[in-house]
Design a protein around this ligand. Sequence first.
Ligand code: DOR
Length: 448
Amino acid sequence: MSSSILLKNGTAVLPGRTVQADILLKDGKIAGIGPVDPAAAAEIVDCSGLHILPGVIDTQVHFREPGPTHKEDLETGSRGAVLGGVTAVFEMPNTSPNTDTPERLADKLDRASGRMWCNHAFFLGATAENAGQLGVWERLPGCAGVKVFMGSSTGSLLVDDDAALQRILAGGIRRVAVHCEDEGRLRERHSLVAGGADVSLHPEWRDAEAALRATTRLLGLARMTGRRVHVLHVTTADEMDILVDYRDLATVEVTPQHLTLAAPEAYETLGTLAQMNPPIRDARHREALWRALDSGLVDVIGSDHAPHTLEEKARPYPESPSGMTGVQTLVPVMLDHVNAGRLTLERFVDLTSAGPARIYEIAGKGRIAVGYDADLTIVDMKARRTITNDWIASRCGWTPFDGVSVQGWPMLTLVGGRIVMREDTLLGAPGGHPVRFHPLPVGMGLSP
Ligand code: DOR
């Protein structure tokens, strides 16, 4: 059925320029930019005072389905996404069971259909067992690519030896997303917290050296195999220093929480709510992340949305699980940084739309351009709000930013040309689709 919306009087962040422009959406696509005859549209939305951004793509979320759905499921996680201005998510494979076969990927896509509010793709989890098949499986529709855990975190996925990692990297062609913490180093240092400790020791156990060792190993193997890699949630100055020399192969993610929170204060005020992997570190590392973001070394911002219930988080450290919510707060927290002058709105768009599209080769998303998908995040840069747990749609019902006042707020979320969120209210029904990727050259990326 044909549908059309005219977004009037807004300020649009287009590729290369930010201008007042009307935007016509038709049949799920961007159909016109510039002065548009209002008669062309069935519905007109007045965007005076608002900025129209390409839809925010959060390329790292954990939505827990199938498995521990008491924390989250695909419906609740995606509800939080669109309430927070996020139009697409890439979901991680450490569910139960792990997403490590084509059947389990198909199961997630089936579960997502008609239940997810935003567009979506799912990662395949790498293991020593499936290493030989990932090069074929990574081409499946709805697959975001391959994810590797080099250090144990939530769940059982782990590839801790270089031989298996090399096989994974040698066996495909798409960019591989990697959690870099060195398992050997984590085991060596576990005695620091074993049997109980204060959560402020979390960044001592999982220290900067653990992150650096893993990232160094990964980059060496990426160079050896020529495989492109994406280093997830980089947290240290040391990793940023070496990543500079691998820009032909490696892309870089940071999270809003590592850019915003710092030790020791975060652990003093939030306790185990501040516990995540890799950890929140001290202000010296946080400043290095900002320098890297400023210098262009950072490619994307991902939330690492990793919900656990307050009851689970209340267990004594280190039995308390690692992770915090983030998909709903990514946009307001980062817009507040924009208003504070730490990055421009255009750089925000580069990190949350253009960057994800570029590094994962997403088709038809990542910019406001005619013919592109009508996924849009419309924000009020002047709105002042306080983030509260009440606003959080995640089944676990909390955010580390509870009580934090911000300037800059998502006012409307459009997915496939439909308004699904307006002024903190969900509209319509879940209608997200699998994200499409540019096809790989024929014959490329197939395992022997
Ligand atoms: O803190 C984390 N939580 N880091 C991860 O790598 C996994 C995540 C989770 O799934 O809980």
